[in-house]
Design a protein around this ligand. Structure first.
Ligand SMILES: [Ca+2]
Length: 181
């Protein structure tokens, strides 16, 4: 047996590791980060954001919400060439989501359009809350990989946002991270 003192540094390192993991996504972040938003620094900047709310938040005070009055949340929208210098083949979206009732139709949308062609839709893929947000009234981690189609160009636009869809009760999103490979 090794003397106990040998184990102390390892034990300390393990504790640090556990502390770090408690706030990190459960799944390892791969690729490079395109963007992150905890919605804490949005209030008061630029035009009013109807989806910004302090009703519920996973981090800090703010999250975004969709409900009967707000169809789409504040989202990420950027040309692919600005979102990433490398060609994106796969996107991973991670975040924390919450729905207030049994209706799980609220949807996190990943979309690519062509602004030069009247925003023609080139890609559209949903993450239905019903698939991953199992318990109403609780924050749950969501995560999905999106394989983008071949042929997308730097001038095409990536959009990621929360859509009410037909949800009868409010749905919330916070701490959104988008990574690309
Ligand atoms: Ca927040």
């Amino acid at each position: 047996m090794l003397p106990l003192s040998v184990f102390r540094p390892a034990g300390a390192a393990l504790l640090l590791g556990l502390t770090a993991c408690s706030t990190a996504p459960a799944t390892e972040e791969t690729g490079h980060r395109v963007t992150y938003n905890d919605f804490e620094a949005v209030d008061g900047w630029g035009p009013a954001v109807p989806s910004l709310t302090t009703e519920k938040a996973h981090s800090g005070r703010f999250a975004v919400k969709v409900d009967n009055a707000v169809e789409y949340s504040l989202g990420y929208a950027n040309l692919l060439g600005k979102a990433s210098t490398a060609r994106m083949r796969k996107l991973t979206v991670r975040g924390w989501a919450r729905r207030e009732g049994p209706d799980g139709s609220a949807t996190l949308v990943v979309q690519v359009t062509d602004p030069a062609q009247g925003n023609q839709q080139l890609y559209w893929e949903p993450l239905h809350f019903a698939e991953q947000v199992k318990t109403p009234g609780q924050w749950e981690q969501i995560s999905k990989e999106y394989t983008l189609p071949a042929g997308l160009q730097a001038s095409h636009e990536l959009k990621v946002y929360l859509w009410r869809n037909s949800a009868a009760q409010p749905a919330y999103l916070d701490d959104l991270t988008i990574t690309a490979e």
